[in-house]
Design a binder for this molecule. Sequence first.
Ligand SMILES: *Cc1c(COP(=O)(O)O)cnc(C)c1O
Length: 334
Amino acid sequence: MSDLRDRTVTIDDIDAAQRRLAGTIRHTPVDPSPSLTELAGVPVHLKLEHHQRTGSFKFRGASNAVAQLTEAERAAGVVGVSTGNHGRGLARACADAGVRCIIAMSELVPANKVDAIRAEGAEIRIAGRSQDEAQHLVDDLVAQGMTMIPPFDHPQIIAGQGTCGLEMADAMPDMACALVQLSGGGLIAGVSAALKVRVPGVKVIGLSMERGAAMHASLHAGRPVEVTELPTLADSLGGGIGLGNRYTYHMVRDLVDEVVLLTEAEIAAGIRHCYWQERQIVEGSGAVGASALLSGKVVPDGPTMVLLSGGNIDMGLHHRIVSGEDVDLMEAHT
Ligand SMILES: *Cc1c(COP(=O)(O)O)cnc(C)c1O
């Protein structure tokens, strides 16, 4: 039992995170979607979390972790390995808190991603040609006293992401179904831990892409496994869950009711729908809830909350997708 408790983030942790982060994170709006409501035949609301600071919910978890550093840890600074939304969120959380932040990445990362993270106030260290070599640099910095803050498998990160679930519950107390993105599982673990307490009976459906869904494969294998990473429009959902996963694997297994996988065409359709029908600019990973309803892969039987988790998409790529162009996915991935 103590083993199980070690691996779980509770509603108390999430409530504490919400109090801690008041005034730091944005309480993002929830809007009804007339078009998805008509399609699904049940009330469908959108949680507009792509309007969170830094463009995704990752700012919640990062802020919660940075807020709990000790004085000594604050003085020594923070390090992260992420070319994407975690990097942005962590950089901004540290800049706000006056804490030094180094983001390590390989030299293969495109310049626009490097610039986006630098713009949030982090120092960039380019280390070698692969994420593995970047990891070596991180290990060195940690040995020198810096604190590594990981993107999902960490109780403070999970609790921070869970604050998004509290806001969803407040906005739709009669929620029957929540559509939530699933990659490493920090988001859905925290959101589910909040929703399952605040909205008893709610069904939480995890959404990943068909191309390289690591948590889905791990749940089937009965333990964390690696999958081949493939180019996808849902690039924020790529990557593994870690073979030494400590928290999110168990929480997702215990709290998430179902996992649904989306094709690239369905993800593109979700981006298009969000733009033309909802007037929202959403990245592929953020759009998969719309994709799931549009494709008929999820047929909800009551009031439904669709989480739009992020908006950081290359605007040239976005323009091509919403213009109806067939996007070359091998290229889209860069
Ligand atoms: C990171 C991310 C996800 C997935 O979150 P996990 O905690 O890794 O499951 C979903 N959407 C966006 C926009 C993200 O940045």
